[in-house]
Write a protein that binds this ligand. Structure first.
Ligand code: NAG
Ligand code: NAG
Ligand code: NAG
Length: 161
């Protein structure tokens, strides 16, 4: 896992000089740079399993954000990315929302502090204080998990809009 993270990090470093927007490109888990057929103008990176705080830090390190889903088009773009990278996905994936410091039903996107209004939670979720993950086994519908004790893959993004 460490090697995979490092290789991925190295690929991201090569591909993202400073904070400059690099165009419609995706990075896979082994760090190779690939053109994206995205219609939504978002670059995505898939990270290896770690806790939510570590995932947050890695995204920031590469001038990206943990994925943010504020409307159906964001979700659709992310689903396209995850779907075309299914062979690399082994776990649920963290995205950038939390209810830490609030209550079970009050969630915020870390990217800009906006509240989570559009959502696609699994039935009976959310049910705890924690961080948001998309369920690998349930079509990437939304679930929660304790932020520090769980290790999941995660998606960073860089968006033009
Ligand atoms: C949860 O927190 C929000 C924001 O502080 C508050 O408006 C809401 O009433 C709380 N809900 C419950 C069930 O405590
Ligand atoms: C996932 O979505 C597909 C297509 O909409 C559907 O056929 C399938 O039953 C869904 N799977 C789950 C686990 O919800
Ligand atoms: C490793 C892997 O499967 N990468 C794919 C991720 O998705 C993009 C398109 O969104 C593909 O081009 C990559 O091959």
């Amino acid at each position: 896992m460490l090697l995979e993270s490092l290789v991925w990090a190295f690929g991201a470093l090569l591909a993202i000089p400073g904070a400059a927007y690099a165009g419609p490109v995706v990075y896979n888990v082994i760090g190779s740079r690939q053109r994206l057929f995205s219609v939504y103008g978002t670059d995505y990176a898939l990270g290896t399993e770690m806790n939510w705080f570590e995932a947050y830090r890695i995204c920031e390190k590469f001038h990206m954000k943990l994925a943010t889903i504020k409307k159906p088009s964001h979700y659709a773009a992310l689903i396209i990315f995850l779907g075309t990278n299914m062979s690399s996905i082994r776990s649920d994936v963290w995205v950038g929302a939390t209810n830490l410091g609030f209550n079970i039903t009050t969630w915020y996107w870390m990217k800009d502090g906006s509240s989570v209004s559009y959502s696609n939670w699994m039935p009976n979720e959310p049910c705890r204080i924690g961080c948001m993950r998309l369920s690998h086994k349930h079509n990437f519908t939304w679930n929660d998990a304790e932020c520090s004790s769980n290790k999941f893959q995660f998606v960073c993004e860089h968006t033009k809009f």
